[in-house]
Design a protein around this ligand. Sequence first.
Ligand code: URA
Length: 234
Amino acid sequence: METIRLDKCLAMNFGCSRREAGILIRKGRVTVNGNFVRDAALKVSPDDAVCCDDSDLQVVTKASPRYFMLNKPVGCVSATDDSEYPTVMSCLRDEAGGLFPVGRLDLDTEGLIFITDDGAWAHRVTAPSRKCPKVYEAVLEQPLDPALKEIFAKGVLLRGEKTPTLPAELEILEPEKVRLTIHEGRYHQVKRMFASQGNHVVALRRIAIGGIFLPGDLAPGDYRPLTPEEIALF
Ligand code: URA
C-alpha cells in the first residue's frame, strides 16, 4: 500500500508547511492508531487512523494533482530550469517532479506564486479572459503623484504596445509605497506602468492572486499546500 510521511499528511490536511506540521508532531499532538507519535518522517497509509488534537485526518497518498503557494524569494527565476540562476523549483526540493510555476515574477520580485502540476488549473489562473486580480506592493524611487490613481484607473499606454492597460486600482500607503491591483499580466507590467509616468520601482512584492493572500508567516523561500477551498477558487 502507498504511504506518505506523517508531516506531509498534516500539511495536506491543514494547508500548513511541513515545518509547522513537524512542530505539531513533536509537541505530541498527533496520534497514529491511538498512539502518540513524535516522528515526522513516520510513513502512514490510508489504513492508519491519524488524529491531531482529536480531529481525524485524511491520509491521501495519491500525490497528483498538487497545488502549492510559494513565497518566491528575490534572486530565483520563475521557471523549472535555468542555466544561470536557481529556480523557484529549488524551493520545493522535497516534492517530486512534474511541478511548474503558474505565471511569472521577475528575478528581483518576491512574493506569492502558485506551483502545480495541473495545467488546466494553471490556465484558469492565468487566462487573460478571466482577468484574475493580482495585488502588488511596490516601493518607488520618487514620491507618488496622487493623480496617478486616476491615470491608472483609466489605463496607460505602455511603450511598444497598441492597447492601454486595463483599469488598475492604486492605493497610496506612504509617499513612496503603494499597493496596485492589476487584472492582466503583461511583461514587467507593474514596473512599466510606473516607468510610463516617470517613476521607478525599486522593490516589488506580490501579495495576492485572485483572493488568495500571501500569509504573513510564510517567509521568502517557504511554501505550503493550497487548501481545497483555495484550489476551488479557480
Ligand atoms: N510586474 C512586474 O513588473 N514584475 C513582476 O515581477 C510582476 C509584475
